[in-house]
Design a protein around this ligand. Structure first.
Ligand SMILES: Cc1ncc(COP(=O)(O)O)c(C=O)c1O
Length: 459
Protein backbone atom coordinates (compact mmCIF):
# COMPACT_ATOMS: atom_id res chain seq x y z
CA UNK A 1 0.00 0.00 0.00
CA UNK A 2 1.20 3.50 -0.78
CA UNK A 3 2.34 5.73 2.02
CA UNK A 4 -0.68 7.37 3.67
CA UNK A 5 1.00 10.66 4.46
CA UNK A 6 -2.17 12.36 5.72
CA UNK A 7 -2.77 9.78 8.42
CA UNK A 8 0.91 9.40 9.23
CA UNK A 9 1.20 13.11 10.02
CA UNK A 10 -2.08 13.14 11.94
CA UNK A 11 -1.16 10.06 14.01
CA UNK A 12 2.27 11.35 14.98
CA UNK A 13 1.48 15.07 15.18
CA UNK A 14 2.59 15.48 18.80
CA UNK A 15 5.90 13.62 18.43
CA UNK A 16 7.83 16.33 16.60
CA UNK A 17 10.04 17.67 19.38
CA UNK A 18 10.78 14.21 20.80
CA UNK A 19 11.84 13.00 17.35
CA UNK A 20 14.21 15.95 17.05
CA UNK A 21 15.63 15.32 20.50
CA UNK A 22 16.37 11.76 19.48
CA UNK A 23 17.39 12.05 15.86
CA UNK A 24 17.98 15.56 14.58
CA UNK A 25 19.23 18.48 16.70
CA UNK A 26 18.81 17.89 20.44
CA UNK A 27 20.27 21.29 21.33
CA UNK A 28 17.77 23.15 19.18
CA UNK A 29 14.95 21.04 20.61
CA UNK A 30 16.09 22.05 24.09
CA UNK A 31 16.07 25.73 23.12
CA UNK A 32 12.55 25.38 21.70
CA UNK A 33 11.29 23.82 24.94
CA UNK A 34 13.04 26.47 27.06
CA UNK A 35 11.52 29.42 25.24
CA UNK A 36 8.08 27.84 24.73
CA UNK A 37 8.40 27.36 20.97
CA UNK A 38 7.76 23.61 21.11
CA UNK A 39 4.31 23.56 19.55
CA UNK A 40 3.20 20.78 17.22
CA UNK A 41 2.38 22.66 14.04
CA UNK A 42 -0.32 21.13 11.89
CA UNK A 43 -1.44 23.82 9.45
CA UNK A 44 -0.29 27.02 7.78
CA UNK A 45 -2.46 29.40 5.81
CA UNK A 46 -1.43 32.84 4.60
CA UNK A 47 0.04 34.65 7.62
CA UNK A 48 -1.38 32.14 10.13
CA UNK A 49 -0.10 28.97 11.73
CA UNK A 50 -2.19 26.46 13.68
CA UNK A 51 -0.98 24.06 16.37
CA UNK A 52 -2.36 20.62 17.17
CA UNK A 53 -4.64 22.15 19.82
CA UNK A 54 -6.30 24.33 17.22
CA UNK A 55 -4.74 27.62 18.41
CA UNK A 56 -4.14 30.18 15.65
CA UNK A 57 -0.85 32.09 15.59
CA UNK A 58 0.13 35.19 13.64
CA UNK A 59 3.42 34.46 11.87
CA UNK A 60 5.68 37.53 11.91
CA UNK A 61 8.73 35.43 10.94
CA UNK A 62 7.58 33.95 7.62
CA UNK A 63 10.12 31.12 7.68
CA UNK A 64 12.99 33.68 7.84
CA UNK A 65 11.47 35.57 4.92
CA UNK A 66 10.49 32.65 2.72
CA UNK A 67 6.72 33.10 2.81
CA UNK A 68 6.30 36.49 1.17
CA UNK A 69 3.17 35.20 -0.63
CA UNK A 70 1.91 33.55 2.57
CA UNK A 71 1.80 29.87 3.47
CA UNK A 72 0.19 27.33 1.19
CA UNK A 73 -0.99 29.86 -1.33
CA UNK A 74 -3.77 28.29 -3.45
CA UNK A 75 -2.22 29.53 -6.72
CA UNK A 76 1.16 28.00 -5.83
CA UNK A 77 -0.54 24.73 -4.99
CA UNK A 78 -2.55 24.71 -8.21
CA UNK A 79 0.40 25.58 -10.45
CA UNK A 80 2.66 22.99 -8.79
CA UNK A 81 0.07 20.20 -8.88
CA UNK A 82 -0.89 21.12 -12.47
CA UNK A 83 2.78 20.88 -13.36
CA UNK A 84 3.27 17.55 -11.58
CA UNK A 85 0.33 16.27 -13.61
CA UNK A 86 2.14 16.94 -16.89
CA UNK A 87 4.95 14.39 -16.41
CA UNK A 88 7.31 17.11 -17.58
CA UNK A 89 10.87 15.76 -17.49
CA UNK A 90 13.29 17.48 -15.10
CA UNK A 91 17.06 17.27 -14.54
CA UNK A 92 17.93 15.64 -17.84
CA UNK A 93 21.15 17.60 -17.29
CA UNK A 94 22.45 17.40 -20.88
CA UNK A 95 19.68 19.80 -21.98
CA UNK A 96 18.55 23.41 -21.90
CA UNK A 97 15.49 23.27 -19.63
CA UNK A 98 12.49 25.27 -20.82
CA UNK A 99 11.38 26.11 -17.27
CA UNK A 100 14.66 27.81 -16.26
CA UNK A 101 14.71 29.68 -19.57
CA UNK A 102 11.26 31.11 -18.90
CA UNK A 103 12.06 31.97 -15.26
CA UNK A 104 15.29 33.71 -16.35
CA UNK A 105 13.26 35.74 -18.86
CA UNK A 106 10.74 36.72 -16.16
CA UNK A 107 13.45 37.71 -13.68
CA UNK A 108 15.22 39.85 -16.27
CA UNK A 109 12.01 41.82 -16.88
CA UNK A 110 12.23 42.92 -13.25
CA UNK A 111 15.85 44.14 -12.92
CA UNK A 112 18.12 46.62 -14.75
CA UNK A 113 19.00 45.47 -18.26
CA UNK A 114 22.71 45.11 -17.45
CA UNK A 115 21.91 42.07 -15.27
CA UNK A 116 21.22 39.98 -18.31
CA UNK A 117 22.45 36.50 -17.37
CA UNK A 118 21.01 34.21 -14.70
CA UNK A 119 22.55 31.36 -12.72
CA UNK A 120 20.11 29.26 -10.67
CA UNK A 121 20.81 27.83 -7.21
CA UNK A 122 18.98 25.88 -4.54
CA UNK A 123 19.69 28.20 -1.60
CA UNK A 124 20.86 31.63 -0.56
CA UNK A 125 24.29 30.57 0.57
CA UNK A 126 24.85 28.79 -2.74
CA UNK A 127 24.06 32.09 -4.43
CA UNK A 128 26.72 33.84 -2.33
CA UNK A 129 29.25 31.07 -3.04
CA UNK A 130 28.47 31.61 -6.71
CA UNK A 131 28.96 35.36 -6.41
CA UNK A 132 32.32 34.86 -4.65
CA UNK A 133 33.49 32.51 -7.40
CA UNK A 134 32.25 34.81 -10.18
CA UNK A 135 33.93 37.86 -8.62
CA UNK A 136 37.26 36.15 -7.97
CA UNK A 137 37.43 34.44 -11.32
CA UNK A 138 36.21 37.42 -13.36
CA UNK A 139 38.60 39.90 -11.72
CA UNK A 140 41.51 37.53 -11.16
CA UNK A 141 41.79 38.92 -7.62
CA UNK A 142 41.54 37.04 -4.33
CA UNK A 143 39.85 39.19 -1.70
CA UNK A 144 36.22 39.69 -0.75
CA UNK A 145 35.05 42.51 1.54
CA UNK A 146 31.94 42.35 3.72
CA UNK A 147 30.34 44.27 6.59
CA UNK A 148 30.23 43.90 10.34
CA UNK A 149 27.01 42.09 11.33
CA UNK A 150 26.72 40.67 7.79
CA UNK A 151 24.95 37.37 7.26
CA UNK A 152 25.30 35.68 3.88
CA UNK A 153 24.81 32.02 4.80
CA UNK A 154 26.79 29.38 6.62
CA UNK A 155 28.77 27.40 4.05
CA UNK A 156 32.50 28.05 4.12
CA UNK A 157 32.76 30.89 1.60
CA UNK A 158 29.67 32.68 2.92
CA UNK A 159 30.84 32.13 6.49
CA UNK A 160 34.11 33.86 5.59
CA UNK A 161 31.92 36.91 4.94
CA UNK A 162 29.97 36.61 8.17
CA UNK A 163 30.19 39.59 10.50
CA UNK A 164 29.36 37.78 13.75
CA UNK A 165 32.00 35.97 15.82
CA UNK A 166 29.40 33.56 17.24
CA UNK A 167 28.83 31.97 13.83
CA UNK A 168 32.53 31.79 12.95
CA UNK A 169 33.82 30.26 16.16
CA UNK A 170 35.35 26.84 15.55
CA UNK A 171 35.39 27.02 11.75
CA UNK A 172 38.62 28.89 10.91
CA UNK A 173 40.56 29.30 8.70
CA UNK A 174 38.38 31.31 6.35
CA UNK A 175 38.89 32.70 2.86
CA UNK A 176 42.19 34.60 3.03
CA UNK A 177 41.85 38.35 3.17
CA UNK A 178 38.09 38.44 3.76
CA UNK A 179 37.89 41.65 5.76
CA UNK A 180 34.88 43.31 7.41
CA UNK A 181 34.18 47.02 7.27
CA UNK A 182 31.52 49.03 9.09
CA UNK A 183 28.24 49.34 7.22
CA UNK A 184 27.82 52.78 5.65
CA UNK A 185 31.54 53.59 5.94
CA UNK A 186 32.68 54.53 2.44
CA UNK A 187 36.15 55.56 3.65
CA UNK A 188 36.75 52.08 5.06
CA UNK A 189 35.61 50.53 1.80
CA UNK A 190 37.85 52.86 -0.20
CA UNK A 191 40.84 51.96 2.00
CA UNK A 192 40.36 48.26 1.25
CA UNK A 193 39.77 48.82 -2.46
CA UNK A 194 42.89 50.99 -2.67
CA UNK A 195 44.98 47.90 -1.90
CA UNK A 196 44.14 46.76 -5.42
CA UNK A 197 43.49 43.08 -4.66
CA UNK A 198 39.74 43.16 -3.98
CA UNK A 199 37.53 41.04 -6.20
CA UNK A 200 34.22 42.09 -4.73
CA UNK A 201 32.27 43.76 -1.96
CA UNK A 202 29.22 41.85 -0.71
CA UNK A 203 26.49 43.77 1.10
CA UNK A 204 22.87 43.36 2.22
CA UNK A 205 20.74 46.46 1.49
CA UNK A 206 19.21 45.87 4.93
CA UNK A 207 21.13 43.56 7.21
CA UNK A 208 19.14 40.59 8.41
CA UNK A 209 20.99 40.52 11.72
CA UNK A 210 20.02 43.64 13.61
CA UNK A 211 18.03 45.23 10.76
CA UNK A 212 20.70 47.84 10.04
CA UNK A 213 19.86 49.78 6.89
CA UNK A 214 22.52 50.54 4.28
CA UNK A 215 22.02 54.17 3.30
CA UNK A 216 21.28 55.04 -0.32
CA UNK A 217 24.45 57.18 -0.39
CA UNK A 218 26.53 54.24 0.82
CA UNK A 219 25.18 51.82 -1.78
CA UNK A 220 25.55 54.31 -4.62
CA UNK A 221 29.01 55.30 -3.39
CA UNK A 222 30.03 51.64 -3.04
CA UNK A 223 28.96 50.97 -6.64
CA UNK A 224 31.01 53.91 -7.86
CA UNK A 225 34.08 52.98 -5.79
CA UNK A 226 33.92 49.33 -6.92
CA UNK A 227 33.67 50.46 -10.55
CA UNK A 228 36.64 52.84 -10.15
CA UNK A 229 38.75 50.09 -8.55
CA UNK A 230 37.81 47.25 -10.89
CA UNK A 231 35.99 45.31 -8.15
CA UNK A 232 32.44 43.92 -8.34
CA UNK A 233 29.54 45.01 -6.17
CA UNK A 234 27.48 42.04 -4.97
CA UNK A 235 24.06 42.88 -3.56
CA UNK A 236 22.73 40.12 -1.31
CA UNK A 237 18.95 40.36 -1.67
CA UNK A 238 18.37 36.84 -0.38
CA UNK A 239 16.15 38.28 2.36
CA UNK A 240 15.30 41.76 1.08
CA UNK A 241 14.29 40.58 -2.39
CA UNK A 242 10.86 40.06 -3.87
CA UNK A 243 8.80 42.68 -2.10
CA UNK A 244 10.09 42.41 1.45
CA UNK A 245 11.12 46.09 1.74
CA UNK A 246 8.21 47.63 -0.14
CA UNK A 247 9.99 47.46 -3.51
CA UNK A 248 10.43 44.32 -5.58
CA UNK A 249 14.16 44.57 -4.85
CA UNK A 250 15.60 46.76 -2.11
CA UNK A 251 18.09 48.14 -4.66
CA UNK A 252 15.22 50.17 -6.11
CA UNK A 253 15.14 52.46 -3.05
CA UNK A 254 18.52 53.91 -4.05
CA UNK A 255 18.58 52.95 -7.71
CA UNK A 256 21.94 51.24 -7.24
CA UNK A 257 22.81 48.75 -9.97
CA UNK A 258 25.09 45.98 -8.69
CA UNK A 259 27.35 43.80 -10.80
CA UNK A 260 25.86 40.72 -9.18
CA UNK A 261 22.42 40.38 -7.57
CA UNK A 262 21.65 37.36 -5.39
CA UNK A 263 18.15 36.28 -4.41
CA UNK A 264 16.57 33.13 -2.99
CA UNK A 265 14.14 32.55 -0.09
CA UNK A 266 10.82 34.05 -1.25
CA UNK A 267 11.28 33.00 -4.88
CA UNK A 268 10.45 29.48 -3.70
CA UNK A 269 6.95 30.42 -2.59
CA UNK A 270 7.92 28.32 0.42
CA UNK A 271 7.60 25.11 -1.56
CA UNK A 272 10.78 24.27 -3.45
CA UNK A 273 14.24 25.62 -2.56
CA UNK A 274 15.47 27.96 -5.28
CA UNK A 275 17.72 30.94 -5.80
CA UNK A 276 19.05 33.06 -8.62
CA UNK A 277 22.25 34.99 -9.24
CA UNK A 278 21.94 37.69 -11.86
CA UNK A 279 25.00 39.26 -13.44
CA UNK A 280 26.33 40.95 -16.53
CA UNK A 281 27.10 38.85 -19.58
CA UNK A 282 30.74 40.03 -19.61
CA UNK A 283 31.27 38.90 -16.00
CA UNK A 284 29.62 35.55 -16.72
CA UNK A 285 31.70 34.96 -19.83
CA UNK A 286 34.96 35.61 -18.01
CA UNK A 287 34.12 32.57 -15.89
CA UNK A 288 32.27 30.37 -18.35
CA UNK A 289 34.91 31.39 -20.87
CA UNK A 290 34.91 28.50 -23.33
CA UNK A 291 32.93 25.44 -24.31
CA UNK A 292 35.23 23.38 -22.05
CA UNK A 293 34.25 25.60 -19.12
CA UNK A 294 30.52 25.65 -19.86
CA UNK A 295 29.69 23.90 -16.55
CA UNK A 296 32.73 25.04 -14.58
CA UNK A 297 30.33 26.10 -11.84
CA UNK A 298 27.11 24.12 -11.46
CA UNK A 299 25.12 21.89 -9.14
CA UNK A 300 22.86 18.91 -9.76
CA UNK A 301 19.58 20.43 -8.56
CA UNK A 302 20.27 23.97 -9.80
CA UNK A 303 17.54 24.15 -12.42
CA UNK A 304 15.07 21.58 -11.09
CA UNK A 305 11.80 22.08 -12.94
CA UNK A 306 9.58 22.12 -9.85
CA UNK A 307 11.77 24.86 -8.34
CA UNK A 308 11.60 26.89 -11.55
CA UNK A 309 7.82 26.53 -11.68
CA UNK A 310 7.55 27.56 -8.01
CA UNK A 311 9.55 30.68 -8.93
CA UNK A 312 7.26 31.47 -11.86
CA UNK A 313 4.13 31.00 -9.73
CA UNK A 314 5.55 33.17 -6.96
CA UNK A 315 6.33 36.06 -9.32
CA UNK A 316 2.83 35.75 -10.73
CA UNK A 317 1.20 35.94 -7.28
CA UNK A 318 3.39 38.90 -6.27
CA UNK A 319 2.18 40.75 -9.40
CA UNK A 320 -1.47 39.69 -9.36
CA UNK A 321 -2.00 40.47 -5.68
CA UNK A 322 0.12 43.63 -5.78
CA UNK A 323 2.02 42.35 -2.77
CA UNK A 324 4.95 44.73 -3.20
CA UNK A 325 2.66 47.74 -2.76
CA UNK A 326 0.95 45.96 0.11
CA UNK A 327 4.33 45.41 1.80
CA UNK A 328 5.01 49.16 1.63
CA UNK A 329 1.53 50.03 2.93
CA UNK A 330 1.42 47.51 5.78
CA UNK A 331 5.01 48.36 6.69
CA UNK A 332 4.12 52.05 7.00
CA UNK A 333 1.16 51.17 9.19
CA UNK A 334 3.26 48.97 11.47
CA UNK A 335 6.04 51.57 11.77
CA UNK A 336 3.52 54.33 12.52
CA UNK A 337 2.04 52.27 15.35
CA UNK A 338 5.47 51.28 16.64
CA UNK A 339 6.67 54.89 16.67
CA UNK A 340 3.63 55.81 18.77
CA UNK A 341 4.61 53.09 21.21
CA UNK A 342 8.23 54.27 21.17
CA UNK A 343 7.06 57.71 22.28
CA UNK A 344 5.29 56.12 25.27
CA UNK A 345 7.68 53.38 26.32
CA UNK A 346 11.23 54.27 27.30
CA UNK A 347 12.59 50.78 26.70
CA UNK A 348 12.00 51.18 22.94
CA UNK A 349 15.06 52.94 21.54
CA UNK A 350 14.62 52.67 17.79
CA UNK A 351 12.21 51.47 15.13
CA UNK A 352 13.84 50.98 11.73
CA UNK A 353 13.63 49.15 8.44
CA UNK A 354 11.73 49.39 5.20
CA UNK A 355 8.44 47.86 4.09
CA UNK A 356 7.83 44.68 6.05
CA UNK A 357 11.39 44.28 7.30
CA UNK A 358 11.32 46.05 10.64
CA UNK A 359 13.66 46.05 13.61
CA UNK A 360 12.60 47.20 17.07
CA UNK A 361 15.64 47.98 19.17
CA UNK A 362 15.41 48.23 22.94
CA UNK A 363 17.78 50.41 24.95
CA UNK A 364 18.85 51.11 28.53
CA UNK A 365 16.01 53.01 30.20
CA UNK A 366 16.40 56.23 32.17
CA UNK A 367 14.26 55.44 35.20
CA UNK A 368 16.09 53.87 38.10
CA UNK A 369 14.13 50.66 38.75
CA UNK A 370 13.97 49.72 35.06
CA UNK A 371 17.63 50.50 34.61
CA UNK A 372 18.41 48.07 37.45
CA UNK A 373 16.45 45.34 35.68
CA UNK A 374 18.10 46.15 32.37
CA UNK A 375 21.62 46.11 33.81
CA UNK A 376 20.97 42.88 35.68
CA UNK A 377 19.59 41.14 32.59
CA UNK A 378 22.50 42.34 30.44
CA UNK A 379 25.04 41.32 33.06
CA UNK A 380 23.66 37.79 32.87
CA UNK A 381 23.68 37.76 29.08
CA UNK A 382 23.41 40.18 26.15
CA UNK A 383 20.85 37.85 24.55
CA UNK A 384 18.17 37.78 27.20
CA UNK A 385 16.09 40.92 27.05
CA UNK A 386 14.79 40.69 23.50
CA UNK A 387 14.06 37.00 24.09
CA UNK A 388 12.00 37.97 27.12
CA UNK A 389 9.84 40.09 24.79
CA UNK A 390 9.53 37.41 22.09
CA UNK A 391 8.45 34.73 24.60
CA UNK A 392 5.28 36.38 25.96
CA UNK A 393 4.34 37.49 22.44
CA UNK A 394 4.23 33.80 21.62
CA UNK A 395 2.82 32.37 24.86
CA UNK A 396 0.22 35.01 25.69
CA UNK A 397 -0.62 36.47 22.29
CA UNK A 398 0.11 33.64 19.82
CA UNK A 399 2.45 35.81 17.74
CA UNK A 400 5.65 34.36 16.31
CA UNK A 401 8.61 36.79 16.21
CA UNK A 402 12.36 36.46 16.54
CA UNK A 403 15.38 38.03 18.20
CA UNK A 404 17.53 39.46 15.45
CA UNK A 405 21.03 38.10 15.88
CA UNK A 406 23.21 37.18 18.84
CA UNK A 407 23.87 39.71 21.56
CA UNK A 408 21.39 42.26 20.26
CA UNK A 409 18.39 43.93 21.83
CA UNK A 410 16.50 43.81 18.56
CA UNK A 411 13.21 42.07 17.82
CA UNK A 412 12.64 41.63 14.11
CA UNK A 413 9.39 41.56 12.15
CA UNK A 414 9.31 39.97 8.69
CA UNK A 415 5.72 38.81 8.25
CA UNK A 416 4.27 37.44 5.03
CA UNK A 417 3.41 40.33 2.71
CA UNK A 418 -0.23 39.20 2.70
CA UNK A 419 -0.89 40.50 6.24
CA UNK A 420 -3.79 42.93 6.55
CA UNK A 421 -4.75 45.85 8.75
CA UNK A 422 -6.35 43.56 11.33
CA UNK A 423 -3.08 41.62 11.65
CA UNK A 424 -1.13 44.84 12.13
CA UNK A 425 -3.61 45.93 14.81
CA UNK A 426 -3.35 42.50 16.49
CA UNK A 427 0.43 42.77 16.64
CA UNK A 428 0.45 46.35 17.93
CA UNK A 429 -2.07 45.57 20.65
CA UNK A 430 -0.10 42.52 21.79
CA UNK A 431 3.19 44.39 21.66
CA UNK A 432 1.74 47.23 23.72
CA UNK A 433 0.55 44.75 26.36
CA UNK A 434 4.02 43.14 26.53
CA UNK A 435 5.68 46.57 26.75
CA UNK A 436 3.32 47.59 29.59
CA UNK A 437 4.49 44.58 31.56
CA UNK A 438 8.15 45.12 30.67
CA UNK A 439 7.92 48.61 32.16
CA UNK A 440 7.29 47.21 35.63
CA UNK A 441 10.36 46.04 37.48
CA UNK A 442 10.28 43.64 39.17
CA UNK A 443 7.70 41.82 37.08
CA UNK A 444 7.07 38.75 34.95
CA UNK A 445 9.09 39.91 31.91
CA UNK A 446 12.17 40.41 34.05
CA UNK A 447 11.63 37.07 35.76
CA UNK A 448 11.85 35.50 32.30
CA UNK A 449 15.38 36.87 31.89
CA UNK A 450 16.44 35.29 35.19
CA UNK A 451 14.85 31.97 34.22
CA UNK A 452 16.59 32.02 30.83
CA UNK A 453 19.92 32.84 32.43
CA UNK A 454 19.56 29.85 34.78
CA UNK A 455 18.82 27.59 31.80
CA UNK A 456 21.85 28.99 29.95
CA UNK A 457 24.07 28.29 32.96
CA UNK A 458 22.79 24.69 33.18
CA UNK A 459 23.71 24.20 29.52
C1 LIG B 1 20.91 38.02 3.50
C2 LIG B 1 21.07 36.54 3.48
N1 LIG B 1 21.97 35.98 2.65
C3 LIG B 1 22.15 34.66 2.57
C4 LIG B 1 21.41 33.81 3.37
C5 LIG B 1 21.63 32.33 3.29
O1 LIG B 1 20.54 31.71 2.72
P1 LIG B 1 20.29 30.15 2.96
O2 LIG B 1 19.90 29.98 4.38
O3 LIG B 1 19.20 29.80 1.98
O4 LIG B 1 21.56 29.46 2.63
C6 LIG B 1 20.46 34.34 4.25
C7 LIG B 1 19.69 33.46 5.12
O5 LIG B 1 19.10 33.83 6.09
C8 LIG B 1 20.28 35.73 4.30
O6 LIG B 1 19.39 36.30 5.12
Amino acid sequence: MALDIVNLLADRAEENVVLHERHVNPQFAKVLRTIGFDQSWVRGQGPYLYDSKGRQYLDMLAGYGVYNVGRNHPVLRKVLTDFLGTDHPSLIQMEAPLTSGILAEELKRRVPSSLDTVYFTSSGTEGIETAIKLARCATGRPRMIHCHHAFHGLTNGSLSLNGEASFREGFAPFLPGAVPIALNDLDALRAELDLGDVAGFVVEPIQGKGVFVATDEFLLGAAQLCRQHGALLVLDEVQTGLGRTGKLFAREHSGVVPDILVMSKALSGGHVPVGAVMTRRDVFLKVFSSMERCVVHSSTFGQGALAMVAGLATLDVLDEERLVERSARMGDLLVKGLLELKARFELVRDVRGRGLMIGIEFGRPASLALRMGWDLAHKMSRDLFAQAIVMPLMADHAILTQVSGHGTDVVKLIPPLVIGEADVARFLEAFEAVLERAHHFPGPIWEVTTRLAKHAMKR
